[in-house]
Ligand binder design. Sequence first.
Ligand code: GRF
Length: 206
Amino acid sequence: MTLALGVLVSGSGSNLQSILDACSDGKLDATVRVVLSNKPGVFALERAARAGIDAVVLSHRDFSSREAFDGAVVEALRARGVDTVVLAGFMRIVTPVLLDAFRGRVINVHPALLPAFPGVDAQRQALEYGAKIAGCTVHFVDAGMDTGPVIAQSAVAVREDDTVESLRARILSEEHILLPAALQWLAEGRLSVDGRRVRVLDAARR
Ligand code: GRF
């Protein structure tokens, strides 16, 4: 089924770009119906404009609670026929208001091998911990902070001379492969969720 995506962003939007590119390359059966940012002026909005995609800015500062903000987000997504929500560098914790509206259809990409290093600055956390392997995780979102069922992970080696920036860049390249791939599995109906365990079914076994 072609996914009708709403992509939530707060920054540069390179993951958004990887989704847009995968769609136009025929690798991802999806259309991005709307890009929604909680921050004005971010580069992700420029990427949406270049791709001719509807973009919305909803500043969380204009709302009295996370729930009120999420209510407005849900309304904006619903109005555009979104069926699947991607948090692509969206720096807000989402509430059950969003999760209940798109049950089992909210996906996040996190720049660490969860459950290690949830939350902000994951790459710095990995370096400061002294981890030798880092990476990224694509997961279903639940009400916790980076705690939902894992769909896919990709590992990168931490190099002796890595800085936060160099590690961030190497992990980001993996994110750009992993996120569109995971979304394509969802589009193909190949993700089977059993508690915390997400299985990727073979195309033949569907
Ligand atoms: C990515 O590393 C993502 O995993 C994290 O924030 C970063 C966003 O990058 N949540 P971009 O805006 O997609 O370029």
